[in-house]
Write a protein that binds this ligand. Structure first.
Ligand code: Y12
Ligand code: CO
Length: 174
């Protein structure tokens, strides 16, 4: 399966993802193709809609204390539901679908997520820190929401201007 990252302002990023009903070879093929793409592009989280597939699937691979991104720590979530969100935290977020842009975003500090794994088994995970932030960021993708939607209107205007300029420069350098 050959996948590539869908980048803002592509409208597909606004699609709402639908629940997975079949935990079959197609799902496994999608998950297996998302992982190397995320690693090659230096990502720590990727939602299926970012590769143009509007299904409730996301993967996360948070680096350990030594900054190592080990496949042992890969988390695959299907049909995630967030509960028990509490506390406040701010982190400078980035997104593979919005290249070269990073901004401080407010999130819940803690959460519980109920999800299914690739075989349809129900799982529960309590998260804090970077994992909690990444789960919220990727979960937003499943609703068609991007981190730039959370900027103040003046910051968003500035972003749109800078991003347009970046796209224009990219186009002329080709
Ligand atoms: C905290 C905040 C946000 C998340 C969501 C997952 N985000 C990413 O994985 C972002 C990755 C990313 C990688 C980039 O590539 C390089 O740094 C080489 C990047 O830079 C460019 O596009 C030029 C931007 C974002 C999880 C946790
Ligand atoms: Co993202």
């Amino acid at each position: 399966m050959n996948l590539c990252i869908v980048e803002y302002p592509d409208k597909r990023l606004r699609n709402k993802s639908v629940k997975i009903e079949k935990f079959d070879a197609n799902l496994h093929e999608l998950l297996d193709a998302m992982y190397p793409l995320m690693i090659q592009t230096n990502g720590i989280g990727l939602a299926a809609i970012q590769v143009g597939v509007a299904k409730e699937v996301l993967i996360l691979n948070i680096p350990d204390e030594d900054g190592e991104q080990s496949k042992e720590n890969l988390i695959e979530m299907v049909n995630p539901v967030l509960t028990n969100q509490r506390g406040e935290t701010t982190y400078q977020e980035g997104c593979l679908s919005v290249p070269s842009f990073y901004e401080d975003i407010d999130r819940f500090e803690f959460l519980t997520v109920n999800y299914q794994d690739r075989d349809g088994n129900t799982q529960t995970l309590e998260a804090d820190g970077l994992l909690s932030i990444a789960i919220q960021h990727e979960y937003d993708h499943l609703q068609g929401v991007l981190f730039i939607d959370k900027l103040t209107s003046s910051r968003r205007r500035k972003f749109e201007k800078e991003y347009k300029k970046m796209l224009k420069e990219k186009k002329t350098s080709k």
